[in-house]
Design a protein around this ligand. Structure first.
Ligand code: ATP
Ligand code: ZN
Length: 302
């Protein structure tokens, strides 16, 4: 963690990230955003010929849909819910009293119909389900969203609010597995073209609790999740910059997404951690983009 904290301090000193007083919640400079947007555009170039439908959702989703998604079963520790003041004038006076006295003013807050988006693909599934059965060749979507995860950390690569670019494939098991294979190769080519060292490994999601340990090992045994890792803080513990997830029929069943023949749709997604790839570039090529190696500059600015 020492190295992570040192890198975070360097990023603050260079003005690339801006402190807010909360670990994992940062402002970004224009230079940081420029690189991040170019990484995003690079992902667009790699997927350009596939005919994906582009959708953009705000960084929040319906609480009802979130409840249905099963997120709270697997990752209650990461969820972020939006609460608001819903009281009368007396309640307001009490709130201000608490605030003035430095007491807890949040107990009167009530859950709204909105929660923060935990992964860019979560708002997609209910939308897809409403459209009815998928065409025979399935569907492909291009998504990007700020995502929230309650995992405060001094590791700059573990933020509470970060952007996830995703391609999501829905279709038969064969279609979605072929999609994942394609993106495993493309993701590797894309990150190599940026001059970054990488490994690809089997992975698991951070499922909560004792039952979560069993789910995590099941996920690994079945090879459902792969990650493309780049050393950002240490060579021994590289950071997942891209994830390749095969959900089998989990979302298909949860939302009732069907193929034209009535079979439950399978889904897979490739997720690009846009801040993480950007941070990996600053880590390996230095904090001054003008001094980056020509091949990486050509790929992003060419
Ligand atoms: P990790 O194992 O590092 O917690 P994850 O497996 O939970 O990551 P996914 O849910 O697969 O990650 O998310 C897709 C991508 O989003 C990841 O590959 C990563 O690049 C990025 N990402 C995930 N969590 C964070 C975070 N806290 N801060 C920045 N980027 C993140
Ligand atoms: Zn996803």
């Amino acid at each position: 963690m020492d190295q992570a904290v040192r890198f975070l301090d360097l990023l603050f000193d260079a003005g690339l990230l801006i402190q807010t007083g909360v670990d994992g919640l940062y402002g970004r400079s224009g230079a940081f955003e420029d690189v991040l947007n170019r990484v995003d555009a690079l992902a667009t170039r790699y997927g350009a010929d596939d005919g994906a439908e582009t959708l953009r959702f705000p960084p929040a989703m319906s609480r009802r849909a979130f409840e249905t998604s099963g997120y709270l079963k697997s990752f209650p520790q990461l969820a972020g819910t939006v609460h608001s003041f819903c009281g009368n004038e007396r309640d307001h006076a009490r709130l201000l009293e608490c605030l003035g006295a430095g007491d807890d003013w949040t107990s009167g807050q009530q859950a709204t119909d909105v929660v923060l988006t935990p992964a860019a693909c979560y708002p997609l599934y209910p939308t897809l389900a409403k459209r009815g059965p998928l065409p025979d060749d399935g569907k492909l979507f291009d998504l990007q969203s700020y995502c929230f995860r309650h995992e405060p950390s001094l590791d700059p690569a573990r933020m509470q609010l970060f952007r996830m670019r995703e391609y999501v494939r829905a279709g038969t098991p064969e279609q979605v597995l072929a999609f994942r294979e394609t993106w495993l190769k493309r993701g590797e080519a894309m990150i190599r073209s940026l001059g970054l060292p990488l490994t690809i490994d089997i992975a698991n999601d951070p499922f909560f609790g004792r039952a979560g340990k069993i789910m995590a090992s099941g996920q690994r045994d079945q090879g459902l999740k792969f990650e493309l890792l780049v050393p950002i803080n240490s060579a021994a513990e590289p950071t997942a910059c891209l994830s390749f997830n095969y959900h089998q029929d989990h979302f298909g069943k949860t939302w009732g997404i069907a193929m034209a023949d009535g079979a439950t749709a399978h889904t897979a997604c490739v997720g690009f951690g846009l801040e993480r790839i950007t941070l990996a570039l600053f880590k390996h090529h230095g904090l001054d983009v003008e001094a980056w190696p020509t091949p990486a500059r050509d790929v992003l600015w060419g």
